[in-house]
Design a protein around this ligand. Structure first.
Ligand SMILES: Nc1ncnc2c1ncn2[C@@H]1O[C@H](COP(=O)(O)OP(=O)(O)OP(=O)(O)O)[C@@H](O)[C@H]1O
Length: 263
């Protein structure tokens, strides 16, 4: 479904500020893959997401999605079929609009631009979807979203993204800014939606246990390279200690200081 061929990114090339954020990466993502992505600070995870989402152009290489070369397609066009959720729960919803209007925008996007309006039938469909969040939001459809908590907004962002029926979802530490209760809830919803709708997803996390338990494939990055790509039995049998050892045997050094945070 996605093919990155020799994709790299160097910022400020030829200057004293030159940074190689991503060394040439070749990666195939299959339809229905749920990939967890881990790695220390500055490993290149967000850069990889930015390149897939089209936030900037690669220095080298090509990106194909559904067999179409999208290497130079701008971000706003890719946003039609790529959904992205960030750490900041305020980014995914429009705070000054009502909950039902927020949902309608995404629903319309999922209908690929069909001119549809918010009627009784759709309101009741939205209400039904909100009941599944178990946050009581089905009774607050006329409230402005800015009144909601971070956890409620992130759960809503997730639901709205599903309504927009993206081909690929990019989750950039989307539970990291939430309190533990809400983080668990949003993660559980994420897993449920991905499974129920057969979504293709990539999720950056700093939590190694989460990376091991979620998804069907795990990538580990370090210094702009993908150093591990595990799936199937190999992924299922992973432990946090095993992963730390794999890192050590590949890189011949300890995992950086955030090892505690990683585990
Ligand atoms: N726009 C930019 N300009 C210059 N350097 C950048 C830019 N974006 C990222 N970098 C650098 O590229 C490297 C990789 O950064 P990236 O954000 O992809 O890492 P990451 O794995 O997501 O890290 P973290 O877990 O800390 O968010 C870092 O050295 C970073 O400082």
């Amino acid at each position: 479904m996605i093919r990155l061929q020799g994709v790299s990114k160097t910022f400020h090339p030829g200057t004293v500020n030159q940074v190689t954020a991503l060394r040439p990466v070749t990666l195939d993502v299959a339809e229905g893959d749920f990939i967890t992505l881990i790695g220390g600070n500055g490993a290149g995870k967000t850069t990889l997401f930015n390149l897939i989402a089209g936030s900037f152009l690669p220095s080298q290489g090509s990106i194909r999605i559904h067999d179409r070369d999208v290497t130079s397609e701008p971000e706003y066009r890719r946003a039609r079929y790529i959904g992205r959720i960030f750490q900041d729960p305020l980014l995914g919803t429009a705070g000054s609009m009502t909950l039902e209007d927020n949902m309608m925008i995404c629903y319309r996007k999922g209908m690929r631009g069909l001119r549809i309006s918010l009627n009784r039938e759709r309101r009741s469909f939205f209400r039904e979807q909100l009941v599944h969040l178990r946050m009581g939001l089905e009774n607050r459809m006329k409230d402005n979203v800015r009144l909601f908590s971070g956890g409620q907004r992130q759960a809503l962002t997730l639901l709205m993204m599903v309504l927009s029926r993206p081909d690929l979802i990019l989750l950039d530490e989307h539970t990291a800014a939430l309190d533990p209760g809400n983080a668990d809830l949003v993660l559980e919803l994420t897993r449920r939606y991905i499974e129920e709708y057969g979504l293709t997803a990539m999720m950056i996390t700093h939590n190694m246990q989460q990376a091991i338990t979620c998804g069907n494939r795990l990538l580990m990055m370090d210094q702009g390279e993908i150093i591990l790509d595990l799936r199937g039995e190999e992924k299922r049998n992973l432990t946090v200690e095993g992963l730390v050892e794999r890192f050590h045997s590949i890189r011949h050094r300890e995992m950086e200081s955030d090892r505690a945070r990683l585990s």
